[in-house]
Ligand binder design. Structure first.
Ligand code: SAM
Length: 316
């Protein structure tokens, strides 16, 4: 194996001066190009977006997505002239949305650096080494809370090159997904991120738990809830995306919040698993609830895909 040394992507001064060098695709025509999620996220809704679309309220005022993750519903289905509140409890994720909204040139500068170095490496072992060194640098930035836009660029790179392209943290908040042998981390992402930045302008992006942000919701607002699902098997753990769990108690609090929103006159839609706990918590909405088959990757160790029944619960 060739000796390989990693040059850490360094913090640059005056990154905005690179603006002119970016190949911006935001021409008149690109105004029409829709944005897509810029991160692959566990529980992402891209797979069932067609089903969700069929059940959107015909008319609504503002949009809330308090379990944002990769934001598939916002990016694919919500008209971009709507006022939108996009929030999540994961601070690294929310930081990435803020950086892409407010510091896109810095993010692109760093992303070009990190992925440009990667694509020039020919052998897989060296790519793998490079991946783990980027991961180490990313986790040190998580610890130091420094240079958010560099951290965001590294997060996007890791998401595109890690195994199964997902985000997972350990209990210290460190990214811990192994290498996935991706060849090109940049081409898929670059133009979409610029379009994402366009679509995030003027949106409220908040680092908050669901209860706090939903206090802002009013009559005729539409809220799409996509919490970590209740476990299908009795003994399997509640989902872990973030260093804290989403417990049965959290599902009960969410059901109370759902009721409050319904009473206020909001349109509320929730995805969750088809299990007794959830059916029981939302039994008063049974007549508006639909069951759908999602083709989910259910095994984190392999690529086993299997249709899994899940629920779309609504109050309208
Ligand atoms: C199923 S994922 C959402 C996936 C997303 N709909 C998509 O398309 O990628 C659940 C999200 O809920 C977030 N989350 C977990 N507990 C939360 C809480 N108490 N309040 C707000 N967000 C929370 C996680 O960080 C995770 O991003």
């Amino acid at each position: 194996m060739r000796h390989f040394s990693y040059k850490m992507v360094k913090t640059a001064k005056n990154v905005d001066s690179t603006k002119a060098k970016l190949r911006l695709p935001l021409s008149v025509d690109s105004e029409k190009i829709p944005s897509k999620p810029f991160l692959k996220w566990v529980g992402g809704k891209t797979q069932i977006i067609g089903e969700i679309e069929k059940h959107l309220p015909v008319k609504f005022n503002r949009y809330f997505e308090p379990f944002l993750g990769g934001g598939a519903v916002f990016f694919r289905l919500i008209p971009k002239d709507k006022i939108a509140f996009l929030s999540d409890i994961n601070s690294n994720l929310v930081g990435a949305y803020l950086d892409i909204r407010d510091r896109i040139y810095e993010v692109m500068h760093y992303l070009d650096r990190v992925s440009g170095n990667f694509v020039n490496i020919e052998d897989t072992n060296s790519r793998e080494q490079y991946f783990y060194l980027v991961r180490q640098q990313y986790n040190s930035l998580v610890d130091s809370q420094e240079n958010s836009s560099l951290k965001t660029a590294l997060l996007i790179f890791l998401n595109k090159t890690c195994f199964n392209g997902v985000y997972r943290e350990n209990s210290e908040g460190h990214f811990n997904v192994p290498f996935g042998k991706a060849k090109n981390s940049n081409s898929i992402t670059r133009s979409n991120i610029l379009i994402v930045s366009r679509d995030l302008q003027k949106k409220q992006i908040l680092h908050m738990g669901f209860e706090e942000v939903l206090e802002k919701a009013e009559k005729d607002d539409f809220i799409y809830l996509d919490p970590p699902y209740a476990p299908i098997k009795k003994n399997s753990a509640f989902t872990k995306y973030h260093s804290s769990d989403f417990s049965e108690e959290d599902h009960r609090k969410l059901a109370t919040t759902f009721d409050k929103l319904a009473k206020k006159g909001c349109f509320v839609m929730m995805s969750n698993s088809d299990v007794p706990l959830i059916k029981d918590l939302y039994k008063k909405y049974e007549r508006y609830t639909v069951a759908i088959d999602a083709n989910r990757n259910i095994n984190c160790k392999g690529n086993l895909r299997k249709p899994v029944r899940e629920l779309l619960i609504k109050n309208y």
